[in-house]
Ligand binder design. Structure first.
Ligand code: WQD
Length: 335
């Protein structure tokens, strides 16, 4: 089966392309390279020994998307492409609403036009807002603190409504928690442009000496040690969750949490990283970051029950793989 992966050269997208190829699917990646590198095509081939087809397009462009469907029989879509920085979304909300929502509608229209029924959508735990933990799929969603989260909630509603039309769509709405780590080869991983927003790439750049110290955003939250608690999931577990979702699609739209079900604080991540890699991470406690919530972790029973999927990689592997990629990546780029 041919699977179109939008954002297929990005962090989660490239790992999902690897998982799809290893599961026997053919992969067509579409990416505008705004937050990814074309070199990932060769790295995916190096890891899997298999080729992927690649289109450098913007998936908001309907003609570009239709060209792919005209050129290939598409059996399913995994839609990652979109803008995803919470803080940035507050500064440029129109770009976020336009890119994230129009791209989803363009792809859904193409599916209708070409009779493609399998659709896996990249959503986010951000849609839960400041709900009580653990987050459960049938919870009422609360307003998020940012346009990014709102675009994900709106896309979920659009896809849920179009899936109500009998036999038109089988859709999985996957709510990610905090993806971290990298493929064990060290060839692909999280390489944000500029100063990282997210915790783990910031920690690896401190470990590398590229950044002086980690600023921990607040230690006065009502959590185990006062620092923010999140559900960190290895990106390969997340990628395998997409394959499981694709293989267990059923008519209508169905929501699944992709997390580990474990909450880990910032200080616990620092300690785990130091112990896993025998490296000291200097840090300073600073004021809270606007928009952060205290705790965010998943109830993961539904994905295990309905998809037969459960995250299996632990914090040590997450920290080791993240560090291996950081070392390997910087050497590749600077060599
Ligand atoms: C994790 C914890 C911070 C950086 C976001 C999006 C979410 C998803 C993942 C897209 C928090 C603390 C962080 C730093 C710190 N993205 N932190 N110093 O905010 O939980 O989730 O990214 O889908 O939608 O909301 O991830 O890695 O930014 O923060 O102390 O330099 O680390 O306060 O407690 P977050 P994060």
């Amino acid at each position: 089966m041919n699977i179109l992966v939008t954002g297929g050269l990005g962090y989660i997208g490239s790992h999902t392309c690897v998982a799809l190829l290893e599961a026997g699917y053919n992969v067509i990646a579409a990416d505008n390279l705004s937050n990814s590198k074309v070199e990932n095509i060769n790295k995916i081939k190096q890891i899997t020994g298999q080729e992927i087809l690649f289109y450098q397009i913007d998936v908001v462009n309907e003609d570009s998307v239709n060209r792919i469907f005209n050129n290939h029989k598409i059996d399913g879509i995994i839609h990652f492409a979109g803008l995803k920085a919470v803080g940035e979304s507050v500064d440029i909300p129109l770009d976020y609403y336009y890119n994230n929502i129009v791209s989803t509608m363009v792809l859904a229209r193409a599916c209708k036009r070409y009779g493609v029924k399998r659709f896996v959508f990249s959503s986010s735990a951000t849609v839960y807002g400041d709900n009580r933990v653990p987050f459960i799929e049938n919870m009422e969603l609360l307003p998020t603190t940012n346009p990014y989260g709102e675009t994900k909630a709106m896309c979920e509603r659009i896809l849920s409504d179009i899936a109500k039309v009998p036999s038109d769509f089988s859709i999985a709405l996957l709510r990610y928690f905090n993806p971290v780590g990298a493929h064990e080869s060290g060839l692909i991983g999280e390489a944000p442009k500029g100063i990282p927003n997210n915790l783990m790439p910031y920690v690896t750049q401190v470990a590398k000496g590229k950044l002086e110290k980690l600023r921990i955003f607040g230690n006065d939250y009502p959590t185990i040690d006062g620092t923010g608690v999140r559900d960190y999931i290895h990106v390969l577990d997340l990628a395998e969750g997409h394959v499981a979702a694709l293989e267990n699609l059923k008519e209508g739209a169905h929501v699944y949490n992709l997390g580990t079900g474990q909450g880990t604080s910032v200080l616990e991540i620092v300690k785990a990283f130091e112990e896993a890699n025998s490296i000291k991470i200097p840090y300073q406690i600073v004021e809270r970051r606007h928009g952060d919530i205290a705790e965010c972790y998943a109830d993961v029973s539904k994905a295990e029950r309905e998809l037969g999927w459960k995250a299996k990689r632990d914090l040590v592997e997450m920290c080791r793989d993240a560090w291996k990629f950081e070392k390997n990546y910087k050497e590749l780029v600077e060599s």
